[in-house]
Design a binder for this molecule. Structure first.
Ligand SMILES: C[S@@+](CC[C@H](N)C(=O)[O-])C[C@H]1O[C@@H](n2cnc3c(N)ncnc32)[C@H](O)[C@@H]1O
Length: 317
């Protein structure tokens, strides 16, 4: 008799199981800069509880466990047993500093079923045109995630901008902003070929004193030596892109209307996905005009300098 829960050859789980070993090499080479930028920008504190949706080969889980320390907790959910096996091998080779609870399953089901609360939830890059992952960009999913956050918790949604057209990026950001009162955008990869942006959602405005952020980064650096590029509050501030202003709040990405899943293949066929020249235009016409409410106070932030440094990194001019 066949197992009704066994992955079909065309399912995501089957695909990610197949690539898990090789993905480890790709993830470390391709994602390291963005991953480390994200971990720094979120700066989890000792004792906090963190959840990663789609932990993959487990690199970020290990970094996060180092930062929250023995008093904190790290949980992760990934649909692929193959990815869990790779992550477990890493944990065995280099035991985590915090209790780590990694499980196999669908991220949405996990959030719906758990009664745990988290200080930070990180949602990894999910391929937007796959039915089993596209639903991780819906209003319903974001509502569930918000209920699982502590009052001052943060939800970080990584966006694979190079797999989205402008309309899909707006649909996701509008859906996110329909749930989280404060939505800021941060660069992960300022790379015209593989741009990555984080949406950070919270219940209230993010506000941090740059002196306190400097001190916290120094402490984080001494615990987990991550990238060399983000060492000061100024470096974090330079990743801030702007705040989201909802555009079409009555046209969202929902379970009933999974617009992102259906529109991304069209953008791909029309060659309007946001990388290269399309990204350059979008950056000038939309991203550079986002409302500017920098979360870091103090002398570190000069909006003009920040935008011109971002432009230079992205466009080379
Ligand atoms: C971009 S990869 C993560 C890479 C990870 N940062 C690393 O260092 O390996 C996305 C992950 O999401 C997982 N995934 C896809 N759909 C999922 C779902 N519905 N629920 C949970 N995980 C899912 C995949 O198995 C894959 O490991």
């Amino acid at each position: 008799m066949t197992d009704p829960n066994a992955p079909t050859p065309e399912s995501n789980r089957h695909f990610y199981d197949r690539i898990a070993g090789a993905y480890d090499l790709i993830a470390d080479a391709n994602e390291r800069t963005a991953r480390e930028a994200g971990v720094r920008a979120l700066a989890p504190a000792p004792g906090e509880a963190v959840l990663e949706l789609g932990f993959g080969t487990g690199n970020e889980v290990l970094d996060l466990a180092g930062l929250v320390g023995p008093g904190g907790k790290v949980a992760g959910i990934d649909v692929s047993p193959g990815m869990l096996a790779v992550a477990n091998r890493k944990l065995a080779a280099s035991p985590a500093k915090a209790p780590v609870d990694l499980r196999v399953g669908d991220a949405r089901d996990y959030l719906r079923a758990t009664d745990r609360r988290f200080d930070v939830i990180v949602s990894d890059l999910f391929v937007p045109w796959e039915s089993e992952t596209g639903s991780l960009y819906t209003v319903e999913h974001y509502r569930t995630a918000r209920r699982r956050l502590n009052a001052d918790g943060l939800f970080c949604q990584w966006l694979p901008v190079y797999q989205l057209g402008p309309e899909e990026l707006h649909l996701i950001a509008d859906s996110f902003a329909a749930v989280f009162p404060d939505v800021s955008l941060w660069w992960g990869h300022l790379d015209p070929g593989h741009p990555i942006i984080a949406l950070i959602g919270s219940n209230g405005p993010l506000a941090a004193d740059s002196g306190a952020v400097d001190r916290r980064l120094q402490r984080l650096w001494s615990i987990v030596p991550l990238d060399r590029e983000i060492r000061t509050a100024r470096d974090v501030s330079d990743l801030y892109l702007g705040h989201w202003r909802p555009r079409q709040p009555d046209r969202l990405n929902t379970d009933e209307h999974p617009r992102v899943e259906f529109l991304t293949p069209i953008s791909q066929a029309d060659r309007t996905l946001l990388y290269g020249e399309a990204l350059r235009r979008y950056s000038d016409n939309v991203l550079a005009r986002l409302p500017d409410r920098p979360p870091l106070s103090g002398p570190v932030d000069d909006a003009e300098g920040r935008r011109s440094r971002q432009r230079h990194a992205l466009l080379g001019r």
